[in-house]
Design a protein around this ligand. Structure first.
Ligand SMILES: [Zn+2]
Ligand SMILES: [Zn+2]
Length: 255
């Protein structure tokens, strides 16, 4: 196989992970999958923290980071798929613009207050309906985020981005808890689903941010699709099978 995966939609990526891990994940609760996302995003903070020491230290850890990022995506994909399509979540939250300042490129609203207004919401609704601008492949999404947030992503410290990513996982976890409660009481279910979907979109956005910032520590472009494929080339990296086999637990997956 060449680089066909570069043409894949996020749905196709989700399908690849479903084919590898779907059967094994079936027995896992949502909380367990969420726990794995926490585990992997938490683990990422150690190598990202090297940015407090020196660029050289980050460079040394880059191979670990480039394994960790796909692992986060794999679990995020497993979790998101239980609620719908990630690209729908992304487009709803980021319809080709920063949803807070509604600019198409070089947002620098990161430190400003992130308030929705009715006027902004109206613009966002129109943008969402304009689906011809909707990114198709993972790289298209990465490039959309690069256009909007690439400059701030590159200027930020790598550790700060990792902390934001962890914060988003926490927020998704909260929204998941509230959704669960809503499903029990039958109140506000749709709103809660939407809130969770937004947080899942945020996790992906920050994961892209981390990836883009890592380019400060290498002389090549880091494509999220290549990074994920290098780790999961249509098979489980631990047992090397698709689907992942039941005895595959020693090396991390399901450990
Ligand atoms: Zn903005
Ligand atoms: Zn396996």
């Amino acid at each position: 196989m060449g680089k066909e995966y570069r043409n894949w939609s996020l749905k196709q990526w989700a399908q690849m992970f479903e084919d590898i891990y779907g059967a094994r994940n079936k027995e896992k609760t949502n909380e367990e999958i969420l726990g794995h996302i926490f585990e992997e995003t938490g683990r990422l903070l150690d190598p990202l923290g090297k940015s407090l020491e020196s660029p050289e230290k980050v460079k040394e850890k880059l191979p670990d980071i480039l394994i960790n990022i796909p692992d986060i995506f794999a679990w995020h994909s497993a979790f998101s798929s239980r609620f719908g399509d990630l690209d729908d979540f992304l487009w709803s939250k980021f319809p080709n613009v920063c949803p807070y300042c509604v600019v198409e490129d070089n947002c620098d609203c990161i430190s400003q207050s992130k308030m929705y207004s009715e006027e902004k919401e109206f613009k966002l609704i129109n943008l969402r309906n304009d689906t011809k601008n909707k990114p198709k492949t993972m790289y298209d999404w990465q490039e959309m985020f690069r256009r909007i947030y690439g400059n701030v992503n590159k200027k930020q410290s790598l550790l700060i981005l990792g902390l934001h990513l962890n914060e988003e996982v926490g927020e998704a976890s909260k929204e998941f808890r509230l959704l669960k409660r809503a499903r029990k009481t039958g109140e506000d279910i749709e709103k809660r689903e939407k809130d969770l979907e937004n947080e899942l979109a945020d996790i992906f956005a920050w994961l892209v941010g981390v990836t883009i910032n890592c380019e400060n520590f290498t002389d090549k472009e880091l494509r999220l699709d290549d990074i994920i494929w290098d780790r999961y080339a249509n098979k489980c990296p631990h047992c090397e099978y698709k689907p992942c086999i039941e005895t595959c637990s020693k090396n991390g997956y399901n450990a």
